[in-house]
Design a protein around this ligand. Structure first.
Ligand code: CAA
Length: 296
C-alpha cells in the first residue's frame, strides 16, 4: 500500500477515513502510520488543543526525520501532513469509518468514550481500542454495537514496531476482524489474533518479565545496570527490562500488572512492591533510579 497515489481518494476495504483518539505517544504514532503509510485521511482527537498541537509538533518531527533519511520525499511528507486534521471533541469523529482509541489505560475513561462513540459515529463504523490489557468484551459492553468493537494493540514506538495484536471480543463479527486485519496490514504491520484474555499475549509475557526484573532489584540480586546488561548482552534484547519499563512508563507497567493480578487471581502476577512505590512517587520517575530508592 506504501506509495499509493497520494492525495486522491483512496480506501482500505470500506475504510475511507480513520479517527484516532489520544495524541500521546501511541495515538500519535498510530495517526502517523495511518496517514503516512496507508495514505488515508486521519482525524486526530484529544481533549484540548494544547494536546493536539503537541501531537502535531511530534508528527512534524517524525516526517522531517523520514525526509532527512530519504525514506519519503518532501512532497510525500507534505501530503501526509495535509491528510491529518485535529479535533478536540468526539463529535469531530462523526464521519470516520474506523476509530482507533488510544486514551488512558483506564476502564472508566474507555467505557465513557465508547458509549459516546456509539452515539456519535455512523452505524457502520468500526470502533477499535488500543488497550494493552483491558477486556475488549467489557469495553464493547458500553456500546450497542459489540459486534463492531475490537482490540487493536499496537506496540511502542508504533512507527517502528511491526506487530499489531488483534483481539476480537466475545461478540466481534468475522467481517470486522477481517477488516481490522486488512487495515493493520495496509499500515505495514504484521498481525496476530489473540483471545480476549488479561494482557493478551504480548503483555502476558512482557509484564511479568519486567515485574520480575524489579523484584530482582528489590531483593538486591544485582544492580539495575547489571540486570539490564544481562538481558541486553545475554539474550540480545534491544533494551534491558528496567530501561524498557521506563520507556513504556512505570504507571502503565503497574496498571497492566494489576489487571493481570486482579483478573486471574493468580499470585504469580502480584505487582512488585517497589514498582508500586515508584509509580506513586513522581520524584523517582525511573526504574533505573530504583537503586537510589533501595539505598534510602
Ligand atoms: N518514535 C518513533 N520512532 C522512534 C522512536 C519513537 N519514540 N524511538 C526510536 N525511533 C526510531 C528511530 O528514529 C529509528 O528510526 P530509523 O530506522 O528511521 O532511523 C529507529 O527507531 C531505531 O532507533 P535508534 O537507532 O535511535 O535506536 P535503537 O536502535 O536503539 O532502537 C528502539 C530504539 C526501536 C526503541 C529499540 O530500543 C527497541 O526496539 N526497544 C524495545 C521496544 C519494545 O520492546 N517495545 C514494545 C514495548 S511494549 C508495548 O508497547 C506494549 C504495551 O502494551 C506496553
Amino acid at each position: 500500500v506504501k506509495g499509493q497515489v497520494r492525495g486522491l481518494s483512496t480506501s482500505v476495504g470500506n475504510v475511507k477515513r480513520v479517527g484516532v483518539i489520544g495524541s500521546g505517544q501511541m495515538g500519535l504514532g498510530i495517526a502517523y502510520v495511518a496517514a503516512n503509510v496507508t495514505g488515508l485521511p486521519v482525524v486526530l482527537m484529544d481533549v484540548s488543543q494544547a494536546q493536539t498541537d503537541k501531537g502535531m509538533v511530534f508528527m512534524d518531527k517524525l516526517l522531517q526525520k523520514d525526509v532527512a533519511k530519504n525514506k519519503i520525499t518532501a512532497e510525500h511528507a507534505k501530503i501526509t501532513r495535509e491528510l491529518v486534521s485535529t479535533t478536540n471533541s468526539l463529535s469531530g469523529l462523526s464521519d470516520v469509518d474506523f476509530v482507533i482509541e488510544a486514551a488512558s489505560e483506564n476502564m472508566d475513561i474507555k467505557s465513557a468514550i465508547f458509549r459516546d462513540l456509539d452515539n456519535i459515529c455512523k452505524p457502520s463504523s468500526i470502533l477499535a481500542t488500543n488497550t494493552s490489557s483491558i477486556s475488549i468484551t467489557k469495553i464493547a459492553a458500553a456500546t450497542k454495537r459489540a459486534e463492531q468493537v475490537i482490540g487493536m494493540h499496537f506496540m511502542n514506538p508504533v512507527p517502528v514496531m511491526k506487530l499489531v495484536e488483534i483481539i476480537p471480543g466475545l461478540a466481534t463479527s468475522e467481517q470486522v476482524l477481517a477488516e481490522t486485519r486488512n487495515l493493520a496490514h495496509a499500515m505495514g504491520k504484521t498481525t496476530t489474533v489473540v483471545q480476549d484474555i488479561p494482557g493478551f499475549v504480548a503483555n502476558r509475557l512482557l509484564m511479568p518479565y519486567i515485574n520480575e526484573a524489579v523484584m530482582l532489584l528489590e531483593c538486591g540480586a544485582a544492580s539495575a545496570e547489571d540486570i539490564d546488561i544481562t538481558m541486553k548482552l545475554g539474550t540480545n534484547m534491544p533494551m534491558g527490562p528496567l530501561t524498557l519499563a521506563d520507556f513504556i512508563g512505570l504507571d502503565t507497567c503497574l496498571a497492566i500488572m494489576k489487571v493481570l493480578h486482579e483478573n486471574t487471581g493468580d499470585s504469580k502476577y502480584r505487582p512488585s512492591v517497589l514498582l508500586q512505590k515508584l509509580s506513586s512517587n513522581t520524584s523517582f520517575p525511573s526504574a533505573r533510579d530504583l537503586d537510589v530508592v533501595l539505598e534510602e
